[in-house]
Ligand binder design. Sequence first.
Ligand SMILES: [Cu+2]
Length: 129
Amino acid sequence: MKRITLILLVLFLAVGVAFAKDYTVIKKAGSYMVQVKLYKNPPVTGKNKMEAKIQDAAGAYVTDATVAVEYGMPAMPGMPAMHYKTKAELKNNQYLATLNFSMAGAWYINLEIMRAGKTQSVKLNVDVS
Ligand SMILES: [Cu+2]
């Protein structure tokens, strides 16, 4: 394992432990720092609320972006690829969305942050139970 991968893994685990109650991931997207939180940990089949906080390079909350959430599952035996898209709504400095996972298993979530003519994205993978 490459050293940088190991360092990232350790950081990721540290974040995971610090926020063990819900599922929280903090990632950089361009100059933004994005904190994505799923209230249910692990996420469950059916509806799951998600929130995203976006901070700019100066640490200020970004509230004028358009945020969309794409999520899905690649094809598997007996199931075609699934793909969904929903818009996140701004409320108190956070972008809120509800994701509806139609089955258990590995899902990808892709947050698209559109602002000032540019799109930045944050990708994560979750294991839905
Ligand atoms: Cu599936």
